[in-house]
Write a protein that binds this ligand. Sequence first.
Ligand code: MG
Ligand code: ZN
Length: 244
Amino acid sequence: MASLVGRQLIVFDFDWSMADQDTDRWIFEVNAPDLRRKMKNLKDEVQWTDLVAQSLREFHARGGKREQIEEALRTMPFHPAMVRAVQNLKAGGKTSFLCLSNANSIFISTILKSKGLSDLFEEIVTNPAEWDPNGLLKVRRRIAPDAPYQHQCKVGCSPNMCKGEELDAFLERHGVHFDRIIYVGDGSNDFCPILRLRSQDMILCRKFRGLERRIAKEGEKEGLKCQVRYWAGAWEVEEIFGSL
Ligand SMILES: [Mg+2]
Ligand SMILES: [Zn+2]
């Protein structure tokens, strides 16, 4: 079967999909648990990307350092089997990789660099971020609240980004035909993009998290067409990638 597939695209969510933790929460759990608690308390009132940006400003204002954030990112749980899985698939030559994440560009690039994976992705579609010279990490929404274009998502993506629209836009930008798309995700916001997948495509859904619950509850009703495979540990993703 594998030989029938010419080009394939692997789409990765980042937190709890490629990595074994959530970057936005982890850096505060490591460096400022009280800010982590505050985020939990405020998450239904403040849009998530804004809340991360605000928490980073508070951390910086009390003397929190860039090095502390970078060290937390580099030591965040990340399964060695995931590194092997993507490196082996990339070496095979027929696979392109896209990252679609609600984290931010600095968190993701810092971690990828620490794993030797800086060149893995063709594109990383996420919230923009930059270090200012004083060591404050400035994070912005991918779609600003006052931007002329706001996404049209009907299945509940956060205002900062619709992963479904972003996947469609990537495919259009690249103009390459992919015989198969495989999406690796865990969260409820990964449900929108997988609705756009075809019957020959596949979702590798991490167990016990929001996406599994949404597929069970809404998959049939929303017309989910792709194949669904479940995994819990990255070693299982490595196993599946090995069979592609
Ligand atoms: Mg995730
Ligand atoms: Zn959406």
